[in-house]
Design a protein around this ligand. Structure first.
Ligand code: NAD
Length: 513
């Protein structure tokens, strides 16, 4: 497919793409099928590859949220008037539209969020597959007939919750948007989704494509706005039936508190500090590659990043040496170039946080093996680049072992026994993911069953699928938002009792036993 034309001003190119999709160059919220410009504070979008602003938009104010919630509530009723099979056909068509516009979607995501184009092209197809997968579920989501011990026919229905409010982060906005929207509408709901104020554009396009695929206007509304203003207003709205949040643990706690005030359930997909365990009998080539993709893929801005690398002491020195040399060869650069494997950090604030955490790691006694700053050859770009960074001999109680960096920074800690590796892996409040590299099948399964994490890989890292449940243990959140499990989370179960006896007994207490 080749490079993007990175000599062109991203603002100009993004306005062209937006105009093609929405008829408008201006950035606003997608409400009831149209773009509505907010009345709040002016917000700026910055190109992570150059550090230069490329567009502005106004935060969504209360009237935008009201309009979005109302449009969603009405569209949801229309959506449920279609047969389940017809809803499935619409979802298949949305998937087809995503494939048809894949090149533009990939470009907007790459240029506005700083994601390497070679990753994004594949991710757009994964997003199309999410809608295909859930299209197939639309007419298979049905209840049970329960053999109750009375004369009743008792059956269940999985009914939509109504309007789902979704709030997503900046690291993979398109992928996360598809991951959340597809199961929500499959289960018969409407969506008000608020992507990060730093990266609203690809979700906006996804919302427009849902309508082009035949979804009723207002079924998917996209809010261009901030969390503390627009996000909180949507969660607190009386029409909200479920809140799905993907983001940091700190914001998750605030969001869950507002949802609790509104008596609305939450699914929380939060951060992680995942352990990647390498035993001496591992296939070292594959483990080295796996440990790179685990933390350096997406420039480490990945919730499942393998940021704690636990290596058996007998191979520790050799492994770190080989890992460091291989990591220094990973191409870091402009995300629009096909050769780039590591693009910039999404924003300057995050770049500063990463840099400070590396300094703190060294201050707390870790040895900086490689990286630690912006690569010298990218210094003049103005972009928020950060070199793949390895710190060795990171103590289990050091900040780097305990707190999420959300950047291309891995801390290595040696271990001596299997028990110690498991204890180290579990010595953290998060529990999102983890992995083990070993040729010993029995040990691999022992470890997989004992590490406290929602996703675990044996001799691999970072494979996820919309077909498989994904979510956290511990402080990484609760609820699952993919696979079959998401459908139950996105519905509420109703139990219906039908009297079938010719002469039913009338009782004044509970009668089924
Ligand atoms: P963040 O929590 O700062 O923001 C995420 C979203 O929440 C944004 O849309 C933001 O506007 C909104 N928000 C922030 N504060 C809010 C508030 N008080 N009320 C309502 N909304 C609010 O996270 P981020 O910096 O954008 O993303 C990085 C974090 O996301 C990391 O911790 C990462 O691990 C996590 N993440 C988790 C998953 C997962 O599936 N578990 C996936 C991707 C990212």
């Amino acid at each position: 497919m080749g490079n993007l034309d990175i000599t062109r001003d991203p603002g100009q190119r993004i306005r062209e793409i937006l105009k093609d999709f929405s008829g408008m160059e201006e950035i606003g919220s997608l409400i009831d099928g149209g773009i509505v410009v907010g009345g709040g504070e002016e917000l700026t979008l910055t190109d992570p590859a150059t550090g230069k602003p490329f567009a502005t938009f106004r935060d969504a104010d209360q009237s935008v949220i009201d309009a979005a919630m109302e449009a969603a509530a009405q569209a949801q009723r229309q959506w449920m008037q279609l047969t389940a099979s017809a809803r499935g056909r619409v979802m298949t068509e949305i998937s087809r539209k995503i494939r048809e516009h894949a090149a533009d979607i990939a470009e907007i995501e790459s240029r506005s969020a700083g994601r390497p184009i070679r990753d994004i092209r594949g991710e757009v197809i994964r997003v199309a597959e999410m809608f295909e997968y859930y299209a197939g579920w639309c007419d298979k989501l049905h209840g049970d007939v329960i053999p109750v011990p009375t004369s009743h026919l008792n059956y269940t229905r999985h009914e939509p919750v109504g309007v789902v409010v979704q709030i997503t982060p900046w690291n993979a906005p398109l992928f996360t948007g598809g991951w959340q929207i597809a199961p929500a509408i499959c289960a018969g709901n409407a969506v008000v989704i608020k992507p990060s104020e730093l990266t609203p554009l690809s979700t906006l396009i996804l919302g427009l494509l849902c309508e082009k695929g035949g979804a009723p206007r207002g079924l998917v509304n996209v809010i261009a706005g901030q969390g503390v203003t627009a996000g909180q207003a949507a969660i607190a709205d009386r029409r909200t039936g479920l809140v799905v949040f993907v983001g940091s643990a700190q914001a998750g706690a605030l969001i869950a508190a507002t949802a609790a005030q509104n008596l609305v359930p939450c699914i929380l997909e939060l951060g992680g500090k995942s352990a990647n365990i390498v035993f001496a009998d591992a296939d070292m080539d594959r483990a080295t590659l796996g440990a790179q993709s685990a933390i350096f893929g997406g420039a480490g801005q990945s919730c499942v990043a393998g940021s704690r690398l636990l290596v058996h002491r007998s191979v520790h020195a050799e492994f770190v040496e080989r890992y460091a040399r291989a990591s220094e060869r990973i191409p870091v650069g402009n995300p629009g170039l096909e050769t780039t494997q590591i693009g910039p950090i999404n924003n300057l604030r995050q770049w500063g946080k990463i840099s400070a955490m590396v300094r703190q790691g060294v201050g707390e006694g870790a040895h900086l093996v490689t990286g630690g700053s912006r690569p010298a050859e990218l210094e003049s770009s103005g972009g928020f680049y950060f070199a793949p960074t390895i710190l060795d001999n990171v103590a289990p109680d050091a900040t780097l072992s305990r707190e999420e960096v959300f950047g291309p920074v891995v801390g290595v800690t040696p271990f001596d026994t299997e028990e110690e590796a498991i204890a180290l892996a579990n010595d953290n409040p998060y529990g999102l993911a983890g992995a083990v590299w070993t040729q010993n099948v029995a040990r691999a399964h022992r470890i997989a069953s004992q590490v406290r994490a929602g996703t675990f890989w044996i001799n691999g890292y970072k494979t996820i699928s919309v077909m498989s449940p994904f979510g956290g243990f511990g402080k990484s959140g609760y609820g699952r938002s993919s696979g079959r499990e998401a459908l139950l989370a996105y519905t509420q179960t109703k139990s219906i009792w039908v009297e079938t006896a010719a002469e039913p007994a009338v009782t004044f207490g509970y009668s089924a036993g």
